[in-house]
Design a protein around this ligand. Structure first.
Ligand SMILES: NC(=O)c1ccc[n+]([C@@H]2O[C@H](COP(=O)([O-])OP(=O)(O)OC[C@H]3O[C@@H](n4cnc5c(N)ncnc54)[C@H](O)[C@@H]3O)[C@@H](O)[C@H]2O)c1
Length: 255
C-alpha cells in the first residue's frame, strides 16, 4: 500500500535539500504537487537537484543558503515568498555531525560549529518562516532533531546538545503559535542510510554492529521513511499534533 498526499497549491521549503533525507522529503513534497524551494549550502549539489526536479516537471526554485547565517536565512524566506507568493510547509533539516569525542577533549570549535548549524540554523529558519506564516495565519513547520535529541550517547555530547535544543525550540514556539493556526513539530530520526551515515560508517569499523544492536528493527532507516513522516506532520492528517518530537527510529528509543 502506498500513502499519498495532495499538496497541490502549497509551497514547501526544505533546507539541506541536496542530499539524504532533505532531498527525499523535497522529492516527496514535489511528487505530492507542492511548489518546492530547495535550499542547501552546497551550490553544486543544489544545482544538480534543481535540474533533476525541473526535468521531472516540478515547480521548483533553488536558493543557496548557509543556515548558520541569519541574513542568508532571511533572504531565503523572502526569495521563497517573492517566487511563489506564500509558504505553507517547511522542513528545517540542514545539519552536520562532528567527530565523536571524549567530553573532556571536545573542542570549542566543534561545539560552536555543530550548534551554529543544527540549533541556531533551525532557530533562524523557524524565526523567518514564522514571520511569513503569522501573516498568513497558517503553516506547518517540522524541525529536524534526532534520536540524539531524546537520549544521550557517550562521545556525542556536542551533537546531542544541538539536537536536544531543537526540541526545546520546537515545543516553546509550538505553544506560542498553536492558537495562530501554525503547527510546529520535530522529527527524531534513528540511524538513516544517507551520505552523513556512510561517512560515519567508513570512519568507525564497529559502528554498523552497534546500530543493528540498538535499532531493534535490525536495519538502517531509509530517507523515504523520514519523508513520509514529515509529509504527514505537514498534512491535514495531523492537525491535532503540536509541539511533538516524533521518533522515527526503528525502535531505538523504545529501549
Ligand atoms: N542520517 C541520520 O542517521 C540522521 C539521524 C538523525 C538526525 N539526522 C539529521 O538529519 C538531517 C539531515 O541529515 P542527512 O543524514 O540527510 O545528512 P546529509 O549529509 O546527507 O545531508 C545534509 C545536507 O545539509 C547540507 N548542509 C550542511 N550544512 C549546511 C548549512 N550550514 N546550511 C545549509 N545546508 C547545510 C549539506 O550540504 C547536505 O546537503 C541533519 O540535521 C542530521 O543531523 C540524521
Amino acid at each position: 500500500m502506498t500513502v499519498t498526499y495532495d499538496f497541490t497549491g502549497h509551497v514547501a521549503l526544505v533546507t539541506g535539500a541536496s542530499s539524504g533525507m532533505g532531498l527525499a522529503t523535497a522529492e516527496a513534497f514535489a511528487a505530492a504537487g507542492a511548489a518546492i524551494v530547495l535550499s542547501d549550502i552546497n551550490e553544486t549539489a543544489l544545482a544538480a537537484a534543481r535540474e533533476a526536479f525541473e526535468r521531472a516537471g516540478h515547480k521548483v526554485a533553488a536558493i543557496a543558503c548557509d543556515v548558520a547565517d541569519e541574513d542568508q536565512v532571511a533572504r531565503l524566506v523572502e526569495h521563497t515568498v517573492a517566487t511563489f507568493g506564500r509558504l505553507d510547509a517547511a522542513f528545517n533539516n540542514a545539519g552536520i555531525q562532528v567527530p565523536p569525542s571524549d567530553a573532556a577533549d571536545e573542542t570549542a570549535e566543534n561545539f560552536d560549529r555543530v550548534n551554529a548549524v543544527n540549533l541556531r540554523g533551525v532557530w533562524a529558519c523557524m524565526k523567518h518562516e514564522l514571520k511569513q506564516m503569522r501573516q498568513q495565519g497558517s503553516g506547518a513547520i517540522v524541525n529536524c532533531s534526532s534520536l540524539g535529541g531524546l537520549v544521550g550517547l557517550p562521545s556525542r555530547a556536542a551533537y546531542h546538545a544541538s539536537k536536544h535544543g531543537v526540541i526545546g525550540l520546537t515545543r516553546s514556539a509550538a505553544l506560542e503559535y498553536a492558537p495562530r493556526g501554525i503547527r510546529i513539530n520535530a522529527i527524531c530520526p534513528g540511524t538513516i542510510d544517507t551520505p552523513m551515515v556512510s561517512g560515519m560508517l567508513a570512519e568507525q569499523a564497529d559502528a554498523m554492529k552497534e546500530i543493528l544492536r540498538d535499532q531493534p528493527i535490525g536495519r538502517l532507516g531509509r530517507s523515504q521513511e523520514i519523508a513520509d513522516a514529515v509529509l504527514w506532520l505537514c498534512s491535514p492528517g495531523s492537525t491535532f499534533v503540536i509541539g511533538h518530537a516524533l521518533a522515527v527510529d526503528g525502535g531505538f528509543t523504545a529501549h
